[in-house]
Write a protein that binds this ligand. Structure first.
Ligand code: NAD
Ligand code: MG
Length: 391
């Protein structure tokens, strides 16, 4: 049987891994989207003979249309085009846009019985309660692509949900795991994107270096699996082989292990509830010899603590944390902020949001996007102050 797939964020790292599996399996591509890379999107649309493509930047419509002249592919652009592409009928919607920009298009793709393979964790951080409520109301099935959450999902099959006592997400610790606080103040964006185990987009690589990624993942797990903050923990595991540990009431811990390759959790989602047969890289544990685990250092990596606090605080705090982090990471990439400045700016924005009373839980997607917008404005306002502190 042919499985039809649509991919939001087809030109990114997760998009590329997904298309790699699509090439080797029994799949048909329905819709593909990208932010601004017209040439790459057109190339992919031709290769996979996509029914629909959407480019997020509306002004690029003409360019994309010409690049696809002579093909049968329908060309769309802008927010409504993204929503139309997302809702085009297919068995699976792979959501791999980076950032809160993924929220609306992903939600536009909810439909009864449709599998939403969710890589975009920012959807759940920005509007987790709303997102899951709406998915359930529409009958969409959310499957986690994020490797840790995918591991949790798999381990959950070993017992009843009410028998789960604790869920531990592992973190590699990133490229600066053993670096002193003094040296951390001077690391460059080039060093931060060089992840030791995973090959990923720039934003998530930097989030992995600050450990904000693990913080966002705690929030993601809370909403995705309806777990209490007290049931969620983080363990540093530099080899990135054991992706999550699920502890049951009887003291048993179930761990999912796999080679650190995103095609494994993506393939799991594409084939679910079956298992995909492909030439997956296999783990050689004898060669690895030992697995190492250690507690995270919240002092050198304060972003993890900020995210945990936002999770405990609830309401719009995770949304504000995420928006501020997106601005801070962008500023760091442009060398307008130091590496420690990322967490410092996020903390400043959270304090400002608290003072200004914008941390109430959003009732609608528009409310959530409104808070996201305000938090970005706060971050832009505070940025010069934090940039100056760093220099
Ligand atoms: P990436 O930067 O490589 O790709 C992002 C994709 O999103 C691109 O196709 C880009 O065109 C599109 N995009 C960017 N901004 C957009 C906007 N404003 N509107 C519409 N489209 C936009 O990112 P990635 O590493 O593939 O990550 C994608 C998502 O998956 C992120 O949320 C990330 O946290 C999550 N994720 C990634 C990995 C990984 O290994 N890369 C692992 C787990 C989770
Ligand atoms: Mg992850």
């Amino acid at each position: 049987m042919v499985t039809s797939v649509s991919i939001l964020g087809a030109t990114g790292s997760i998009g590329a891994s997904t298309l790699d599996l699509v090439r080797s399996g029994n799949f048909r591509v329905v819709a593909l989207s990208a932010n601004s890379d017209v040439q790459k999107l057109a190339e992919l649309a031709r290769e996979f003979d996509a029914d629909v493509v959407a480019i997020s930047k509306e002004q690029l419509y003409g360019e994309l249309k010409s690049a696809l002249a002579g093909t049968r592919t329908k060309v769309l652009a802008g927010p409504s085009g993204m929503a139309e592409a997302a809702s085009a009928q297919s068995d699976i919607l792979l959501s791999a846009i980076v950032g809160a920009a993924g929220l609306e298009p992903t939600m536009a793709g909810f439909a009864k019985g449709r599998k939403i393979a969710l890589a975009n964790k920012e959807c759940l951080v920005t509007a987790g309660a709303l997102f899951m409520r709406e998915a359930n109301a529409k009958g969409a099935i959310v499957l986690p692509v994020d490797s840790e959450h995918n591991a949790v999902f798999q381990a959950f099959a070993c017992g009843r949900r009410d028998a789960v006592s604790n869920v531990t997400l592992t973190a590699s610790g990133g490229p600066f795991r053993t670096m002193s606080r003094e040296r951390l103040a001077h690391v460059t964006p080039e060093e931060a994107v060089r992840h030791p185990n995973w090959s990923m987009g720039a934003k998530i690589s930097i989030d992995s270096a600050t450990l904000m990624n693990k913080g966002l993942e705690l929030i993601e797990a809370h909403y995705l699996f309806d777990l209490k903050p007290s049931q969620l923990s983080v363990l540093i595991h530099p080899q990135s082989v054991a992706h999550a540990l699920v502890e049951f009431h009887d003291g048993s811990i179930v761990v999912q292990m796999a080679h650190p390759d995103m095609r494994i959790p993506i393939g799991f989602c594409l084939a679910w509830p079956e298992r995909m047969e492909w030439n997956a890289p296999k783990l050689d544990l004898a060669k690895l010899g030992a697995l190492h685990f250690e507690a995270p250092d919240y002092e050198r990596f304060p972003a993890l603590q900020l995210a945990r606090n936002a999770l405990l605080q609830g309401g719009a705090a995770p949304n504000v944390l995420n928006a501020a982090n997106e601005v801070a990471v962008e500023a760091f990439r442009k060398r307008a902020l130091s590496f420690p400045g990322i967490a410092a700016l996020v903390e400043g924005v959270l304090e400002m949001a608290e003072k200004e009373g914008v941390l109430r839980e959003a009732g609608t997607v528009n409310d959530a996007l409104g808070v996201d917008h305000i938090a970005r404005r706060f971050a832009a306002t505070l940025l010069p102050q934090f940039a100056a502190k760093a220099s």
